[in-house]
Ligand binder design. Structure first.
Ligand code: IVH
Length: 681
């Protein structure tokens, strides 16, 4: 053997061996060698890799300490959508699900009971993993289910995830998994203690800590966080079929992945109930946070027969543990002013531990809700929190009153600027009319710098308040005028940090149109609609000049949003801000024309009419777009296909008149199915 080949072969053997020991240690908790022996293998590999950098590999176990920081996470399209789950909260609701399943079981099989798998529902972050020929090639967040973020470098730092699958999977060209990234409860405690000792901000829950750690741009920080992954689904596997989900779970374990623990086969709904009850009782004893149980039809053929509805499969359900309720005292009600000037009530409570976190604030929704609950300051109140949901006040306990309780007074004037509040007929909130209200300005700028908007690292809510307080900014555009010398005198800003933040701001002068639209904070326009608008108008000027008709003609824009957009751009204040930003050299990039030519539906226009039974119209349209086609809302000679659901409208008539090819829902999905392996990434 040639010298070089020998070295490659040794490197490869070392990597496999180290991965195997990682697996024995982290997944099976059955180490075969001592720490010292493990270290020896590791150092030998490191030595070879630094001596022969040409043989280095991102998947080498030596890379678990984290690669170089990224500027941003590229978006990836999911080849198989990462769907959500339907929910049940009681046994009755689970039985409704079971009855739906029975409808799909053939008459001949009715005497055979349906078998389910049950696993804990982990309260973490959903991820997708792709292994090619056994090697980890992609790790992504779930995102909106269709697109996520490429966080491969961060995923590679997770100790219990192998960079290479065990031999069983070596000749599988492509296999994709779905799982959850979590932080164990004891690790979470330790992490928070450490953060506190270093004077850093603690995380409010293990889930937030996992999410925050996984979305770090610097993988070296991620590498230091005690993340773990558990895998519960095979999303796609080329060249291998499975009969049932139980087999899939076994396969996940056999290829060396940490499979979701505590899985069970339940041959009847009663067994599922017993599993659920045990799981709810045993919740405290598990090392990770759980918020329910996931139940799936075991038989894959039956799963396929059942298929999907809008955003979730028909063959699985999440049966959630009941939300935790606790009693505390309402100390005060604060009135918050949102960036749209809405004045909303927030309950300030005696701190109380509920569903894994200490809570001292909760939403009181709105005035009507307060009146309906008949709640008073000083009341003992019941609050509820489920998983990551915002805690809410459920009801007061008037029987525990002492007589010292006070009524909640709704403010007549803005709690921040003092302007008299107003309320339109259909409004549920009072509103501050003052565009220059410090709260409105602060909230607008906080939104502007937030993650989905300009995403300015180093400028968060606190910094915005500081900058406003110091009179250094008066609107979002002023951020671009900041100089390091202005920041240095502020508390906690050293020279280095000041320079870095100013550089971060400058780096954001070039911004994609959809982010820019989102950053403007137009009422009713969230990140998704911002993307839709960017795609349709392609420049801020075109959007600014859009007519009501043009706006409502876009599928997802309703009349209220259209009005809101028009009103926004007519507002003098906003007009001035836009001009100012232009003058400051903010460069807005229009979305790239998608390279659609090679995609299977390139050049084809689809129109949908009527209700589809297996997914929403906008999801079907997404599918068409993903495959390179166009989805339009009106039929014309340029339309290639009209897909007709139930109760079709006039578009159907028009399609007949124009002689356009008409597809039933079934025909459409058959047609689309031939591209199901199409890799749109
Ligand atoms: S199965 C097609 N199993 O729950 C559905 N999901 O509410 C595939 N989750 O976003 C999901 N633990 O992130 C499944 N054992 C488990 C799970 C689990 C947690 C999450 C998952 C999903 C959410 C749905």
């Amino acid at each position: 053997m040639e010298e070089k080949e020998k070295i490659i072969s040794e490197i490869k053997k070392l990597r496999r061996e180290i991965e195997r020991h990682n697996y024995l240690y982290y997944v099976l908790s059955q180490p075969e060698i001592s720490d010292a022996e493990y270290d020896a293998l590791f150092y030998r590999l490191k030595e070879l890799e630094s001596k022969y950098p040409e043989f280095d590999d991102e998947n080498s176990p030596t890379h678990r300490v984290g690669a170089e920081p990224a500027k941003e996470f590229p978006t990836v399209e999911h080849t198989t959508p990462l769907l959500s789950l339907d929910k049940a909260t009681t046994y009755e609701e689970f039985l409704e699900f079971h009855n739906r399943v029975l409808k799909f079981v053939g008459a001949n099989d009715l005497f055979q009971s349906v078998e389910y798998t049950a696993t804990p529902k982990l309260d973490g972050l959903s991820i997708r993993l792709r292994y090619e020929n056994g090697a980890l090639m992609l790790g992504a967040t779930r995102g909106d289910g269709f697109h996520g973020e490429d966080i491969t470098q961060n995923i590679r730092t997770i100790r219990n995830l192998p960079h290479y699958l065990l031999d069983e999977a070596e000749n599988l060209s492509i296999i994709e998994f779905r799982g959850e990234v979590v932080i164990h409860k004891n690790d979470f405690q330790r992490l928070n203690d450490e953060l506190e000792a270093n004077g850093e901000k603690k995380f409010v829950s293990a889930r937030n800590a996992a999410a925050g750690s996984l979305r770090q741009l610097d993988p070296k920080i991620t590498a230091k966080r005690p993340l773990r992954a558990y895998i519960y689904e095979i999303l796609y596997c080329e060249g291998k079929d499975f009969k049932n989900h139980w087999e899939q779970l076994a396969f996940i374990r056999d290829v060396g992945l940490p499979v979701v623990p505590e899985a069970a086969l339940c041959p009847s709904p009663e067994e599922v109930k017993r599993y659920f009850e045990r799981a709810e009782k045993n919740r405290e004893n598990l090392p990770f946070e759980t918020d329910g149980v996931v139940i799936k039809v075991n038989d894959i053929a039956l799963q396929e027969k059942m298929g999907l509805v809008s955003h979730h499969p028909r063959w699985a359900i999440a049966w959630k543990f009941s939300a935790e309720e606790v009693i505390t005292t309402l100390i005060d009600v604060q009135w918050n002013v949102t960036r749209n000037g809405f004045v909303t009530p927030v309950a300030i409570m005696e701190p109380v531990f509920v569903a894994g976190a200490t809570i001292s604030r909760a939403t009181l929704h709105n005035e009507d809700q307060i009146a309906k609950l008949g709640i008073k300051i000083g009341d003992k109140i019941v609050i509820r929190r489920a998983g990551d949901v915002i805690p809410e006040v459920i009801r007061p306990l008037p029987e525990l009153r002492t007589g010292n309780e006070r009524d909640i007074i709704f403010p007549k004037n803005c709690p921040v600027c003092g302007a008299p509040l107003f309320k339109l007929e259909d409004d549920i909130y009072r509103r501050c009319p003052n565009k220059s209200c410090p709260a409105v300005i602060a909230e607008t700028i906080k939104h502007f710098v937030s993650r989905k908007a300009f995403d300015i690292e180093g400028i968060g809510d606190k910094q915005v308040e500081t900058l406003l307080g110091a009179g250094l900014i008066r609107d979002a555009a002023d951020l671009f005028l900041l100089k390091p010398e202005q920041l240095i005198p502020l508390e906690r800003w050293g020279k280095k940090l000041a320079e870095k933040v100013v550089a971060n701001i400058k780096a954001r002068k070039k911004i994609p149109l959809d982010r820019f639209i989102y950053a403007l904070g137009i009422p009713g326009v969230g990140s998704h609609l911002a993307e839709v608008l960017a795609h349709n108008f392609r420049s801020i000027d075109a959007l600014k000049n859009a007519s009501f008709d043009e706006l409502v003609n876009i599928n997802e824009i309703g009349p209220a949003t259209a009005e809101s957009i028009i009103k926004f751009f007519r507002d003098e204040h906003n007009e001035r801000l836009l001009k100012k930003m232009k003058k400051l050299g903010i460069e807005i990039e229009s979305p790239a024309e998608e390279a659609t030519e090679q995609k299977p539906l390139a050049g084809k226009t689809f129109v949908f009419t009527g209700t589809l039974s297996s997914m929403s119209r906008s999801e079907a349209e997404k599918l068409v777009k993903k495959l390179g086609g166009k989805a339009s809302s009106s039929v014309s000679k340029k339309t290639d296909f009209v897909v007709v659901g139930e109760n079709p409208g006039s578009k159907y008539q028009k399609a007949i008149q124009l002689g356009i090819k008409i597809l039933s829902e079934e025909e459409f999905f058959k047609f689309i199915e031939q591209f199901s392996n199409y890799n749109a990434r």
